[in-house]
Write a protein that binds this ligand. Structure first.
Ligand SMILES: *Cc1c(COP(=O)(O)O)cnc(C)c1O
Length: 379
């Protein structure tokens, strides 16, 4: 059996080495390291893949969120609702822009932002909702867009973990996730479903005016060289990363299919186990692209399981061990513990198993039997 890794970037690279190496060599040869033709080409390719009018490449997924909020002209004191159970980047940029983060609880099954909790959190100061499509599964966008319409709010999708997933509306219509809200952000961090070989990110929107504004903000607020019309930032996807992404975008559906295959094999092995809850999948199969495969373990010492897996050469992760409302940087007297019952429980029960495009069935068998044996003898 090959050594098990949380993410096998090397194995994935070796399969596309020839084309990736050639595309990087092209950039080196042309020396257009910033804003080379590869960036524009990737932008067009991703627009076509997602079926969205505008993709604005930028430096990373955190910048993408920040720039999206800057372009929406949110002002200090405006309240932005997002999930308590997610990576800190989302709340970080809200706070950086001196907006007021309003963290709300998540759904115990999907781990995504809870619709009733959003409704409860809305005040006259609420200006935006940021759903995060956590672990690769689409949030309930139809319900979120309905709330946004009723209260005149912006929806910014944090799509760092679910690129390639497809959302199905109740009437059967489908759309790639990240194209439904007013604007969306994504990350091309190496371990994401579409990862480059450094930092990278992008913003998507179908709104022409917003797209124009976003393109200026990523480039020092310039629409014409040395004319700074708005306050901007320097946030660019470099040509080498764009070249890598151009090659890898062709494989995104294959990669997501490999993740789904691994998730199905995990599900099958854990099926019916009374202490192991496999990831709940909402709707059709294309709704989840398994950025992470995250179990809930019941009546079991989760941290002892983590140690046992590590002792047996199986890496695993706890995403996320601390609710955002309890993080030092984001604590606030506005928050009441009874409003975070689900997140407070999830942080004790969740464990993410190795998930990537190169998992082999003997590795999955070893991982699942090691988990099951431990849980059986320790719960
Ligand atoms: C990875 C991630 C980000 C940040 O992306 P970077 O490219 O690392 O800045 C933001 N939100 C979520 C949910 C993420 O998983």
């Amino acid at each position: 059996m090959k050594k098990i890794q949380m993410v096998d970037l090397k194995g994935q690279y070796l399969k596309i080495k020839e084309s990736v190496d050639a595309s990087i060599a092209e950039v080196l040869d042309a020396t257009a390291y910033i804003n080379g033709p590869q960036v524009h080409e990737f932008q067009k390719n991703l627009e076509n893949y997602l079926d969205v009018k505008h993709v604005i490449p930028c430096a990373n997924g955190t910048d993408a969120l920040q720039i999206a909020m800057m372009a929406l002209d949110l002002k200090p004191g405006d309240e932005v609702i997002t999930a308590d159970f997610t990576f800190a980047a989302t709340v970080e940029v809200i706070a950086l822009l001196q907006l007021t983060p309003v963290l709300v609880d998540v759904d115990p099954k999907t781990f995504n932002i809870d619709i009733d909790a959003i409704k409860k959190a809305i005040t006259p100061n609420t200006k935006a909702i940021i759903p995060v499509h956590l672990f690769g599964q689409c949030a309930n966008m139809e319900a979120i867009m309905k709330i946004a319409e009723e209260h005149n709010l912006f929806v910014i999708e944090d799509n760092a973990q679910a690129i390639g997933a497809t959302y199905t509306y109740s009437d059967g219509k489908k759309a790639k996730i990240g194209t439904i809200g007013h604007v969306a952000s994504t990350s091309f961090f190496p371990s994401k479903n579409l990862g480059c070989y450094g930092d990278g990110g992008a913003i998507f929107t179908n709104d022409d005016d917003l797209a124009h504004k976003l393109r200026g903000i990523v480039n020092h607020g310039m629409y014409e060289r040395y004319h700074h019309d708005v306050v901007g930032v320097n946030s660019r996807l470099d040509s080498i990363q764009a070249a890598v992404l151009n090659t890898k975008l062709e494989y995104l559906d294959t990669y997501n299919a490999a993740r789904l295959k691994a998730a199905n094999a995990y599900d099958k092995a854990f099926e019916g186990h009374k202490n192991i809850v496999t990831p709940f999948r909402e709707g059709s199969e294309d709704n989840h692209v398994f950025h992470q495969y995250t179990l809930k373990v019941k009546d079991t010492n989760r941290d002892a399981l983590v140690k046992h897996l590590n002792d047996n050469g199986i890496p695993c992760g706890v995403y996320y061990p601390i609710p955002l409302h309890l993080q030092k940087a984001y604590k606030d007297s506005r928050y009441k513990e009874e409003d975070f019952v689900v997140t407070n429980q999830l942080v004790k029960e969740v464990i993410s198993l190795p998930m990537h495009t190169e998992l082999e069935s003997d590795q999955i068998d070893f991982i699942t039997s090691t988990v099951i044996n431990f849980v059986n003898s320790n719960s």
